[in-house]
Design a binder for this molecule. Structure first.
Ligand code: ATP
Ligand code: MG
Length: 222
């Protein structure tokens, strides 16, 4: 008998199937319009994978990621996620009047972490991304790059199994960019997964897989 060894199928970290989304402009008929952004978008991310989502400006990358993160509703399709999510939006959403340390405490409470856990993790993330000197500065006084570092650190604070990153490093200096990739490899090495929106063609080899959004669908590039 020809026995074939079949590997057990690994649990999927994220499965997005047949996602559809249209934005409706709320203007009186006949001016109201439906702008179909996603029509039949499907993608999958496995444990340990760092997957890129690429596509032209306005192709629907952020829309897809916001739907997966649960901050935007969908018109059709299914989403299955195995584990906790961390989401770093394209434009950091922060409380201007809080200090960096207060911001970490606020998110720690939301993630149901203890004060001690939050403190330890925040200190190590601030050291890793080199912004510990801003610990007691108010968010409103931070530079664009430091805001992005804080936004990324908040997304990983609770060590999520699925990390959703919308152009996370567009404002990073080169050293921070390299630290970001070290951090990402370490996260994936522990069995977690990352879906990142990216525009940089030159970093394709850093990703395990690449999906391109075109005409509302995700085409697998490799
Ligand atoms: N809240 C909204 N209301 C109406 N249309 C929207 C809204 N948000 C996005 N759109 C439209 O949906 C389309 C996709 O936008 P989205 O932000 O998802 O693109 P993207 O691929 O992330 O682009 P970029 O590379 O510029 O970040 C665009 O045509 C945009 O104008
Ligand atoms: Mg976007």
């Amino acid at each position: 008998m020809n026995e074939e060894h079949v590997e057990p199928e690994a649990t999927m970290r994220l499965s997005v199937q047949h996602l559809a989304k249209a934005y409706v402009t709320h203007r009186p008929w006949p001016l109201a319009k439906r702008n179909k952004v996603l029509e039949d978008a499907s993608l999958e991310v496995m444990p340990r994978e760092i997957v890129a989502l690429v596509g032209a400006n306005g192709s629907g990358k952020s829309t897809l990621m916001m739907i997966v993160a649960g901050v935007l509703s969908r018109d059709a399709g299914t989403i299955h996620i195995d584990g906790r999510i961390g989401y770093c939006p394209q434009y950091p959403v922060l409380y201007e009047k809080l200090t960096v340390a207060e911001t970490f405490r606020l998110f720690g409470v939301a993630y149901r972490m203890t004060g001690e856990e939050t403190e330890q993790r925040a200190s190590s993330l601030m050291a890793e991304l080199a912004f510990a000197n801003y610990r007691d500065h108010r968010v409103e006084h931070l530079s664009g790059g430091t805001r992005q570092k804080l936004s990324l650190a908040l997304a990983v604070l609770h060590d999520p199994e699925l990390l959703l990153l919308d152009e996370p490093y567009s404002g990073f200096d080169y050293e921070t960019y390299l630290r970001f990739w070290d951090m990402s490899k370490e996260i994936a090495g522990r069995g977690h997964s990352i879906l990142a929106i990216s525009h940089f063609v030159q970093e394709q080899e850093r990703f395990d897989r690449i999906y391109q959004i075109r005409d509302g669908r995700c085409e697998r590039e490799r």
